[in-house]
Ligand binder design. Structure first.
Ligand code: 6PG
Length: 225
C-alpha cells in the first residue's frame, strides 16, 4: 500500500484553522446523516488544543452524536497536566452541557501501559470505522506515540510504548492497523520546528508518520510560522 498525501500549506495559521474546522464539520455532518454518529480519533500534544476549543463555535451541532477516541496517551495520573485526555476535556468537553457532551473513550493510561493498551485494544477492536482520525507530527517525525527506531506489533490496534524519547517514556498508542479503520486522516502540523520532519517526509525518509496508510488521500494541514 502506498501513502497518498495531499499537502495543504497555509501562510496564515488562522486560515488553516478555519478551513480545517469547516472540513471537520463537513465530515461530521455527512457521518451523522449516514450513520447517526461521528467517530473521531483525537490527536494529542499541544497543536490541536486551539482547534478543540474552536469546536465550541460550531453552530447547530449536537455533539452527543460525536464519539471521541484518543490516538495515544501518556502514562501519567488522570489529573496530570500532560494527559491528552485532560487537554481534550478542558479545551472542549467540559464546556458542554451534560446532555450535549460527546461519548468519550479516554485511554486509562494511569493503569500502566500494558493494562491500558489491552483494555483500549478491546475497545478499538469493536470499532468498524472511524470517520476521521486527527494526528500530529513530532519534530523527530513521530506521530501518535509511534517513534523512530521503535517497532510495534501491527497485529494489534493499540500497543504499550516504553522508552519513548518524548517524555513520559511510558505511553499507549494506536497503531497503523487502527488508523486503517479511518475513512479520512488529517495531520495538523504547525510551527517552525516541523519544517524538518515535513521535508524528511517529502523526501521519502521512513519517519513513523510515513507508515500511516489509508485507502483515501491523507490531508496534511501545514503552517510553519
Ligand atoms: C503526544 C502526541 C504526539 C504529538 C506530537 C506533536 O502525546 O505527544 O500525541 O504525537 O501529536 O508530538 O506534538 P505538539 O502538537 O505538541 O507539537
Amino acid at each position: 500500500m502506498h501513502q497518498k498525501l495531499n499537502w495543504k500549506e497555509f501562510a496564515d495559521k488562522n486560515e488553516l484553522e478555519s478551513i480545517l474546522l469547516q472540513d471537520i464539520v463537513d465530515i461530521s455532518n455527512n457521518a451523522i446523516k449516514k450513520n447517526g454518529n461521528f467517530k473521531i480519533v483525537m490527536a494529542g500534544g499541544s497543536t490541536p488544543e486551539r482547534l478543540y476549543k474552536s469546536f465550541l463555535n460550531i453552530q447547530n451541532q449536537n455533539f452527543s452524536n460525536w464519539e471521541l477516541y484518543v490516538g495515544d496517551e501518556r502514562c501519567l495520573p488522570v489529573d496530570d497536566e500532560g494527559r491528552n485526555s485532560l487537554m481534550i476535556k478542558r479545551s472542549f468537553i467540559d464546556h458542554l452541557p451534560e446532555d450535549l457532551k460527546p461519548k468519550f473513550f479516554p485511554i486509562n493510561s494511569e493503569k500502566g501501559s500494558k493494562e491500558a493498551a489491552n483494555e483500549y485494544n478491546t475497545i478499538v477492536d469493536k470499532v468498524n470505522r472511524f470517520d476521521l482520525v486527527l494526528l500530529g507530527l513530532g519534530e523527530d517525525g513521530h506521530t501518535a506515540s509511534l517513534f523512530p527506531e521503535h517497532c510495534w506489533d501491527n497485529q494489534l490496534n493499540v500497543v504499550p510504548v516504553s522508552n519513548a524519547p518524548k517524555p513520559p517514556s511510558d505511553r499507549v498508542s494506536m497503531t497503523p492497523k487502527a488508523f486503517l479503520k479511518a475513512e479520512k486522516i488529517f495531520f495538523i502540523v504547525t510551527g517552525h520546528g516541523k519544517i524538518e520532519p515535513v521535508n524528511a517526509w517529502k523526501q521519502g525518509e521512513g519517519i513513523p508518520a510515513s507508515k500511516i496508510m489509508s485507502d483515501n488521500l491523507i490531508d496534511i494541514y501545514c503552517n510553519f510560522d
